[in-house]
Each structure stands twice: as structure tokens, then as C-alpha cells.
Design a protein around this ligand. Structure first.
Ligand code: ARG
Ligand code: MN
Ligand code: MN
Ligand code: MN
Length: 310
């Protein structure tokens, strides 16, 4: 299988600058080489070129909406094209607002291929704010709401249909920061959420078993959207919105290995990596290591014998 790398160097959806440097940090950390080492063919399609960050104050509850919409249109088309070419696309963000375009592109592909779509959302945050609930106006806190049809038409209208995604096909893991009014939206919209308490109570093993069984039930294409702030900040400082109490190194590895075992993943986002907050390039290096597990890197001889659903 061929993997396509797509860079989206922007931070227009974030409150703090620097995730625009994310794609290059992943390249420097050897993402491409790692994938080739696993026997994959890899093409780096380079970086998309979109508008600069105007650093606006919120207007009607949104910061930089025009630029966010422009970037998302580019990302949608790039993800869609890569899937159409038969590739496994990896979006190298960029802030998490770009998940709207990424998943819009994937959803269009799935719609045309007659496949159902589920989204595994690894994040400290639910990213289900609307302008009424957002404390910041930063659109990286709103992508799941936009995909579910709640948001400005510039974003909700980017897909093949409105809503772009049925929110009951979203499975979130690692959640530990949800704004007060955002909580109600998450409950009303029927997302499946495994927050840190469930990881504490059941362990990563059982949580991922449940999460992946749910995705397998939907069948078809699973998209993984990996917000690097999912990880505990002690191992992953290179993000703009750290939240303490996230998965540790071992839990994160098991999570990624189980995603590989599921055999369900057809596309991936690596988002919110922000070298301006990193120590050296350690967070990018960790992300590459974790993504290697997601693609089947194993300590012992590589085997597919654990694969569950494929
Ligand atoms: N909930 C906060 C907000 O809406 C933080 C969102 C952080 N999102 C992210 N993708 N890092 O502003
Ligand atoms: Mn987050
Ligand atoms: Mn996020
Ligand atoms: Mn597919």
C-alpha cells in the first residue's frame, strides 16, 4: 500500500502561533523514512499553499474564518485526491481546524465508494464548540461541531452533504478538557466518548477494545484524527494547548498498536504539533514513533496475526 504525505503548514485555527511548523518537524523527525522502513511506498506530496495567519480578533465568534475556510478547502481536495489515487493519506497539520477539510475529503471518497465512515478522534479536547459556546473563537476547538453541521456555512458546507459526518460515528478517546456549554452539545449529538476517567477505570486495553469494536460495527473506512495534545504533556510538550493527565508513553503505544491490529484505518491526521513549544524536536519524534506502531511496527517479528477485523 502506498502512503501519501500531505503538509498543511498553518495555525489559522489556533490561539497560539506555531503549528504551521508542524509538517516540517514531522519530516525532520523522519516520518517518511520510518514508513519506508516498514515496507511501505511513500510519496510526499509537499505542502499546500494557503493564506497567511491574519491574527484577527473574533468576528461573530470566529477568528480568521475566511482563512480557515480556504485552508480547509485545500486540505479536502488533497485528501480526496490521494484516496482517489488509491493511497493511504496522512495529513501533517497544522492545527486541528483542518480536520473539517480532511474529513470532508474522506467523507466524499467514502460516499462515492459506497462505504460507511467512522472517525476515531484521539484528543484531550472534544473540539465540539460553536461560537456560542467557544471561550476563544479559535476554530481548532470547533471541527467536530462543524462536521456535524453546527457552525458557519463556510465550513459546514465544505463536504458532499450537510452534515458532512454523522456525529454518532465519532469515537473520542483521551478526552479531559470540555468547556461547560460544550458538554451539553457533546451529549446531545450522540458522540461516543471515552474520557480519561474511563481509561483510569478500565485501562487503555479495554477502552480501545470498545472503541474499535464500535468502529468495526460501522464497517468500511476508519479515519484516525490524532491531536498530539492527546498525549500527556510530560512526554509531548510541543503543542499549544497542553492538558495534564493524558495517556502516558505505554498507554499511547498500546493505543496505536491496537489501532493497527484492528485493520480498519484508511486515513490519518497528525495535528497540533507545535515546534515553538517543543523541547528540541522530541514531540515530533514521539509522534513518529507512535505512528510507526499505528502502521504495524512491533518489538518482535512483524506479523499480522493479531489483526482482528480485516
Ligand atoms: N476548548 C478550547 C477552545 O475551544 C480549546 C480547544 C483546543 N483544541 C485543539 N484542537 N487543540 O478554545
Ligand atoms: Mn486537543
Ligand atoms: Mn483537537
Ligand atoms: Mn478507502
Amino acid at each position: 500500500e502506498r502512503v501519501s504525505l500531505i503538509g498543511a503548514p498553518t495555525d489559522v485555527g489556533a490561539g497560539r502561533r506555531g503549528s504551521s511548523m508542524g509538517p516540517e518537524a514531522l519530516r525532520v523527525a523522519g516520518l517518511h523514512k520510518m514508513l519506508r522502513g516498514l515496507g511501505m511506498e511513500v510519496v510526499d506530496r509537499g505542502d499546500l499553499i494557503g493564506p497567511l495567519n491574519p491574527e484577527e480578533k473574533p468576528v461573530n465568534g470566529y477568528r480568521n474564518l475566511k482563512e480557515v475556510a480556504a485552508w480547509n478547502g485545500l486540505v479536502r481536495d488533497a485528501m480526496y485526491e490521494a484516496l482517489k489515487d488509491g493511497d493511504f493519506p496522512i495529513l501533517m497539520g497544522g492545527d486541528h481546524c483542518l480536520a473539517v477539510g480532511s474529513i470532508a475529503g474522506v467523507a466524499k471518497h467514502c460516499h462515492e465508494a459506497g462505504k460507511s465512515l467512522s472517525v476515531l478522534w484521539l484528543d484531550a479536547h472534544a473540539d465540539f464548540n460553536t461560537p456560542d459556546t467557544s471561550p476563544s473563537g479559535n476554530i481548532h476547538g470547533m471541527p467536530i461541531a462543524c462536521l456535524a453541521g453546527h457552525g458557519p456555512k463556510e465550513l459546514t458546507g465544505l463536504g458532499h452533504a450537510v452534515p458532512i459526518l454523522d456525529p454518532t460515528n465519532v469515537i473520542q478517546v483521551g478526552i479531559r478538557s470540555v468547556d461547560a456549554a460544550e458538554k451539553e452539545l457533546v451529549a446531545e449529538n450522540g458522540l461516543t466518548v471515552y474520557d480519561m476517567r474511563q481509561i483510569d477505570e478500565h485501562g487503555m486495553r479495554r477502552v480501545m477494545d470498545m472503541a474499535l469494536a464500535k468502529a468495526a460495527e460501522a464497517g468500511g473506512h476508519m479515519h484516525v484524527s490524532f491531536d498530539v495534545d492527546f498525549l500527556d504533556p510530560s512526554i509531548a510538550p510541543g503543542v499549544p494547548t497542553t492538558v495534564p493527565g493524558g495517556p502516558n508513553y505505554r498507554e499511547a503505544q498500546l493505543c496505536m498498536e491496537m489501532i493497527y491490529d484492528s485493520g480498519l484505518t484508511c486515513s490519518l491526521d497528525i495535528m497540533e504539533l507545535n515546534p515553538a513549544f517543543d523541547r528540541g524536536n522530541m514531540t515530533a519524534e514521539l509522534a513518529v514513533e507512535l505512528v510507526s506502531s499505528l502502521f504495524g511496527e512491533q518489538t518482535l517479528a512483524r506479523t499480522h496475526s493479531n489483526r482482528k477485523y480485516s
